[in-house]
Design a protein around this ligand. Sequence first.
Ligand code: SF4
Length: 444
Amino acid sequence: MNHIIKYPETHPLTWRLDTINKNPIWINEYHKKNGYSALKFMLNNMTPKDVINLVKDSELRGRGGAGFYTGIKWSLMPKKNNIPRYLLCNADEMEPGTYKDRLLLEQLPHQLLEGMIISGFAIEATMAYIFLRGEYISAENNLKKAIIEAENCGYLGRNILGSDFTFKIVLHTGAGRYICGEETALINSLEGKRANPRIKPPFPAIVGLWGKPTCVNNVETLSNIPAIVLNGSNWYKKISLSKDRGTKLMGFSGRVNNPGVWEVPFGISARELLEDYAKGMKKGFRLKAWQPGGAGTDFLTEKNLDVKMDFDSISKVGSRFGTGIAMAVDHTVNIVSLVLNLEKFFSRESCGLCTPCREGLPWIVKILQSFEDGFAQNEDINILEDLCVQLGPGKTVCAHAPGAMEPLQSAIKLFRSEFEQCIRKNSFSNIEMINKKNMFKLNL
Ligand code: SF4
């Protein structure tokens, strides 16, 4: 994080951070910095419906990538009955290049817990799980300690702070599958089943964990809740520079001078993010392309840098806002090799449930490998383009395959000449080509 002065009103997510030593904010310091005030205020002054209406009015959008409105998601939960219901915190942050939730989990665990307790109250759940990426060892240790601290202070458990609200949080660590970040795969995994996404409908709000109503929210989404309860929806709407409300953890990685993650208002430009926060490209490197929000988002170029960083603006220039953690690709990177690397990842992480994804992604990897190895032909570019359609939106159970197509389709569109150069550079005589292709087939 940048060492800039942060105020609760301008940096509701990160103003409590220890930016010098980067130590976690434990309960005493969290109390000193107004921690759990939102929970106390809510228990004394609000009903579950009030909290839902407040969050609806704030227009908070989910921070996991899809950007669904949180208040609306909560209001889809059925009316309170005696059936158990669950809140799940999606902390399975595995998008390559994305590391924003890690900051909140490791350094501000109480802010997340407070957000979860308030959210649990709003949807009238008594039980919550945090589904944490298994490799986030520090986050696991810090969350465990924070849960005990919160229980000891009466913020978790039976009759919280003397109210009739009871709420428990259980920490669960994942076993290392990217697809568990998809909410229904996460639910299956939590139930001890293979992590395949479920066909929707029914949606988790109706049939979720153990077949019961369930709401799944991202770490950053839940961490926004205490400040909204304390400061109100109007304040939240005003701190943004665009019609997507509030602030957002955004970042830049790649060959930039100051890679990192920063809390900024929605609507700052990508250029500000790159030049003012990430301090521009490293000496000797030029920006060739960038992905706005994770490996599964379309490439943009330098000419798109003045776009506002928000859901609609990024989509208008042909990509997706995603997680808001951008990746810079410099001029030395071969786009075919980069896309091959990304598609290898997506292919490995396919859950295998639907045919286009299970069969199509490895096929794409083999074709891209043939570009690298020197026996691709012109028609292979057309085949790749066709596969981008066959694996595109609406063809598979979840968004994994369409997401995997975004970097590929945009790479072909923006850098077609690099694909063609691969073919020209490696043109062989017919005999050599036949021999190479036979070798390739034997290796399939
Ligand atoms: S798109 Fe891929 S990851 Fe998603 S359900 Fe189908 S096979 Fe599984």
